[in-house]
Design a protein around this ligand. Sequence first.
Ligand SMILES: Nc1nc2c(ncn2[C@@H]2O[C@H](COP(=O)(O)OP(=O)(O)OP(=O)(O)O)[C@@H](O)[C@H]2O)c(=O)[nH]1
Ligand SMILES: [Mg+2]
Length: 425
Amino acid sequence: MLFVDRAILDCRSGNGGNGRLSFLHEKNRPNGGPDGGNGGRGGSIYLRASKTTSTLVNYRHAKTFYAPDGENGDIKNLYGRKGEDLYIDLPVGSVVFSSDTKKFICDLDEPGKIFLLCKGGRGGRGNACFKTPRNKAPKIAENGLPGDKKKIVVELKLLADVGIIGFPSVGKSTFISCVTNSKAEIGDYDFTTLVPNLGVTYLKDGRSFVLADMPGLIKGAHLGKGLGLSFLKHIERTRVLIHLVDMDSDRDPYKDYKAIRDELKDYGMHLIDRPEVVVGSKVDSPEAEEKFNKFKKTMKKHGVEVYSISSLEGKNLDLVLYKVADLLQTAKTYPVYDENDEEETYDLTKTADIFDIKKVDEHTYVITGERVLRTYHLINITEEEGMLKLIQYLEKIGVDNKLHKMGAKNGDTIKLEDFEFEYFE
Ligand SMILES: Nc1nc2c(ncn2[C@@H]2O[C@H](COP(=O)(O)OP(=O)(O)OP(=O)(O)O)[C@@H](O)[C@H]2O)c(=O)[nH]1
Ligand SMILES: [Mg+2]
């Protein structure tokens, strides 16, 4: 199966349907009241953690997701139908970021977890909603609000307790095959493993945990050398690392060890802070034994305890697994995103000002601000009353006052998006 662990999706929730402007016309009631119904809400887009898929392969090509719009309101007080919500199923372990700001949006780390990504736009109110004692025949209806648009990057970060790391060909896949049910591919050439493999190990004392066998790391992996970078992210969820160092290679084991540590450090995300079990691998020949003893001494000087194993002979494998299980009991879980980098959600109650005004030339002012624009989009200004309502609203929130303070003169042009009017004191 093709392993795809990154996808970019364009999502847009549905627009709200427009409110209807209408008056009841029946033979026996020629002047019936307003009966324009409300528009329906646009469909929302939800992300859902699903166990039915384990990669993002389904989203390699499917890039755009639109939830349907709400229907417009109708006469006789008929409400427009709501747009149907859309659920996007992503594999458990998917982490979602904004494509534009790169900020964290959500972590689908549990099966069934649901996240509202784009809320459908609110439907506009029909004129039946605006009937008041003072105005029994309101000629005013709101437009529906536009849906929300988000371009997201989905990254799959595997859910494993333990990551097995080390240079290529140090015996990572052989180890996981010996201690779990994983059928990892094993080869005497570098980069045999191209995608991470998961396996579960069960200890005799009843404890169990998930191990992830990683593709080999090399110096510069965090910069994208070898296969490193794209797979380091799968270690982000692990809480303990098994670091294999080859005792049957021509390289210097301590240099190998240091090089991998440096990669972990440079990658960030607290990889370097995770408890690690350092293991000399392939210790099944006198030469390897000798090499291991030297390595052990050097490491002792640096205060690091090391273990030796031979997957071929099944030597000391349990010892390593028990050590890992002990560490897991107290190992902490680190977030899979930078804590300072959470996507800000727009909160109306927190925004200080409703609007701002910019003077763009001697006789032109432009009104800006998210809240004032929001209201503007709600008002159908093709209707006289809508226009009036907008003008009244601007006055109420203090636009006229501010224009006066800014020195606006009668006849100056005031712009609010595509709407223009003349300033009159
Ligand atoms: N002598 C000996 N050879 C081993 C041992 N474990 C693995 N090997 C050999 O080392 C080679 C590489 O093993 P893999 O398990 O594929 O190594 P890897 O670390 O997964 O390699 P990449 O996936 O390429 O990073 C294979 O030829 C294995 O047979 C061991 O305990 N003793
Ligand atoms: Mg391998």
